[in-house]
Ligand binder design. Structure first.
Ligand code: C5P
Length: 218
């Protein structure tokens, strides 16, 4: 029997990470936040003075990136970088390295290795289209840009960071445009994906909807 996979793709700050982690916990499945891999690559590049468009060097680094994921803690070269990879400039850097085809190819097998029993829930931009095209349930999560900016702004304020909501919305829109326009693995809804607009949904409601789609496959 193939190991089940539930994919949640969508634009930044659409809530897919929160929903995916909750669905994984409720089913006892593994969870892969694929964006964290791109964020790690950006952080690695920034720290090692590698240009964000140096495809060959970054692809080589991606294959043996010394990163680990355990119990929600992301480590790079042994250092806990769980907070560092969430910085806005690292997210922007991630969307720049993510346009490089050789880097994406280098990360492909690393992502597929997370598919382990009893199952996997994963979120990103191309989980249902490229990485796990045979996924059991595919979901495309969206929310209006204004709502996504509001959520990201609240996250930053809650963490005690200064944040300007208009600047955040502009950054989100630029990042989405870059993710959707790139020729390799662009952000787009697959024909076989369930559409889930979370603008007016609570996290509980979004989680319940994904679980209902999952139960329908049984
Ligand atoms: O989801 P998150 O905001 O953490 O992702 C950071 C960036 O990584 C995205 O803007 C996107 O450019 C890239 N990414 C990607 N493919 C994925 C996950 C993330 O290109 N599967």
């Amino acid at each position: 029997m193939t190991i089940p996979v539930i994919t949640l793709d969508g634009p930044s700050a659409s809530g897919k990470g929160t929903v995916a982690a909750r669905v994984a916990a409720s089913l006892g499945f593994h969870y892969l936040d694929s964006g964290a891999l791109y964020r790690l690559m950006a952080l690695y590049a920034m720290r090692n003075q590698i240009a964000l468009d140096h495809e060959a060097r970054l692809a080589m680094a991606a294959v043996r990136l010394p990163a680990t994921f355990a119990e929600g803690v992301v480590k790079l070269e042994g250092e806990d970088v769980s907070d560092a990879i969430r910085a806005e400039e690292v997210g922007i850097g991630a969307s720049k390295v993510a346009v490089l085809p050789a880097l994406r190819a280098a990360l492909l097998q690393r992502q597929r290795d997370f598919r382990q029993a009893p199952g996997l829930v994963t979120d990103g931009r191309d989980m249902g289209s490229v990485v796990f095209p045979d996924a059991t349930v595919k979901v495309f999560l969206t929310a209006s840009a204004a709502e996504r900016a509001r959520r990201r702004h609240k996250q930053l304020i809650d963490k005690g960071e200064a944040a300007n909501i208009l600047q955040i919305q502009q950054d989100i829109e630029e990042r989405d445009a870059r993710d959707a326009a790139r020729p390799v693995a662009p952000l787009k809804a697959e024909a076989d994906a369930h559409m889930l607009d979370t603008t007016d949904l609570t996290v509980d409601q979004a989680v319940a909807q994904v679980l209902a789609w999952w139960r329908n496959t049984a």
